[in-house]
Design a protein around this ligand. Sequence first.
Ligand SMILES: Nc1ncnc2c1ncn2[C@@H]1O[C@H](COP(=O)(O)OP(=O)(O)O)[C@@H](O)[C@H]1O
Ligand SMILES: [Mg+2]
Length: 298
Amino acid sequence: MIPGYTSPSMQAAQRQAIPKLSLKHISKNFHTKTGKFNAVEDINLEVKAGEFICIVGPSGCGKTTVLNIIAGLEKPDGGDALVDGTPIKGPGTDRLVIFQDLALFPWLTVSKNVEFGLRLAGVSKKERQERAMHFLKMVHLTRFSNSCIHELSGGMKQRVALARALAINPDILLMDEPFAALDAQTRDILHEELQEIWVATKKTIIFVTHNVREAACLGDRVLVFATHPGRIKQQFQLMCTRPRHIEDPGLMVYAKAILAELKAEVEKVAKEELDYDWRTVTKKPVLRLDDRNLGSGT
Ligand SMILES: Nc1ncnc2c1ncn2[C@@H]1O[C@H](COP(=O)(O)OP(=O)(O)O)[C@@H](O)[C@H]1O
Ligand SMILES: [Mg+2]
């Protein structure tokens, strides 16, 4: 063996060994009127290429801050954030965020929204149109390619945002409570389709949600964040087969365990933020069996 020589197969193995994403001792402070605020502290995470990670945690625990650090929109105050072993220096087309409020352009049609990033990247008109149609087909929206954004339902807008992100072909998709404003039925359908798209495109996905069952349905791994300062409190590796449905009985065991961790954190935050006389309502059922008889109406 020539010293220092690495064969192509060794290079491939080395690449495999490097995580897609590493966060090492990440901390982030914000400077507020009342002084320095420690938003996240000592976040350590390794994500494999193609892994689907879900993050749950109480409001204000730093979930969006962590996504912004991965997206390169925020700089950490301490620690290292690496993609493929290389430090994140700023935003890049290899990492894209899909926000809850989507940021679609209302003055552009559906297909022009999907083409937007490709246009910025200097992709030719013909290729832009072909790629837009390919991803609109993936999210089942080709019939609406020439529609205006305001003509679409919330679920359809989410599909456009997903197609727009996929068209750029990022390695890592960062999804910040994307389905939070949707009705349960639309969300169920999108859960199934997102799993299909994930399998077809092999993206690495980091998905923030406040819905424990959604996290259990989608994630290979679910991280529960603690707050003040934000940090990873617990991780759950989900071994359930796919495709998964949010009502699958096998998921309920995980959802219960995740919820127990999360509930303790949410209660801690409520105790810190609310009046001293605040208590959780646990013992007394809101509706007793007898109460369900609402009368015949006569
Ligand atoms: N730009 C900012 N300036 C000051 N405080 C901020 C800023 N961004 C976030 N924070 C605070 O940092 C904490 C974490 O925020 P965030 O990451 O948005 O939480 P989450 O997404 O979990 O609800 C919150 O207490 C929030 O008020
Ligand atoms: Mg947030």
